[in-house]
Design a binder for this molecule. Structure first.
Ligand code: GAR
Length: 201
């Protein structure tokens, strides 16, 4: 049984979906929800769900390596095998990434390699894209550039605001991330492409 630490900075809706999925015959269990922000909405929710929680507040450390040493301490104490970044909005340095390479996933709200970084939905709309979506990928030192493990697509509709599109994509994030994590936990690295229609709830 793999032990999964989920790192968040915000509302934690993807974290909730991952935790809800890790039950029964699932090959992994949540061992920690870690936030860099004690005010993150998802943090209280994780505790309510009975998952161990930790705060490693980046503002309490003098620099990024010291912050990451704090992350490593918490992750090692939790005996994490896999790290799932779920809206974790701190950039991680190459030494930290190397330490977890092959064991760390991220979800990103675009169809990578398009729109690495921030403001993905506004950029997709501004470009006139007909579709958008989300990607789960392995984390490497190349920001948002690691091997793609899965994608899900949605249409961009006429008149969409960035918030409209973000909400449509988030529904797909909640399908994609649990599906990819299940496969990843048993060593499957092949790419999963969710069909646009199936499973829309
Ligand atoms: C999600 O849309 C996720 O894809 C995005 O932050 C949101 C977190 O939502 N991640 C990134 O932008 C990473 N660069 P959540 O806290 O409700 O899961």
């Amino acid at each position: 049984m793999k032990r999964v630490a989920i790192l968040i900075s915000g509302g934690g809706s993807n974290m909730r979906r991952l935790v809800e999925d890790m039950k029964g015959d699932h090959p992994a269990r949540p061992c920690l929800v870690l936030s860099n922000d004690p005010g993150a909405g998802g943090f209280a929710r994780a505790a309510e769900m009975g998952v161990p929680t930790a705060v490693v507040d980046h503002r309490a450390f003098p620099d990024r390596p010291a912050f990451e040493a704090g992350l490593t301490d918490a992750l090692e104490a939790a005996r994490a095998d896999i790290i799932a970044l779920a809206g974790f909005m701190r950039i991680l340095t190459p030494p930290f990434v190397a330490r977890w390479q092959g064991r760390m996933l991220n979800i990103h709200p675009s169809l990578l390699p398009k729109y690495r970084g921030l403001d993905t939905h506004a950029r997709a709309i501004a470009a006139g894209d007909a579709e958008a979506g989300c990607t789960v990928h392995e984390v490497t030192a190349d920001l948002d550039g690691g091997p793609i493990l899965g994608q899900a697509r949605v249409p961009v509709l006429a008149g969409d605001t960035a918030a409209d599109l973000a909400a449509r994509v988030l529904v797909q994030e909640h399908r994609l991330y649990p599906a990819v994590l299940r496969r990843f936990a048993v060593g499957q690295r092949g790419r999963l492409d969710l069909s646009p229609q199936a499973g829309i709830d």
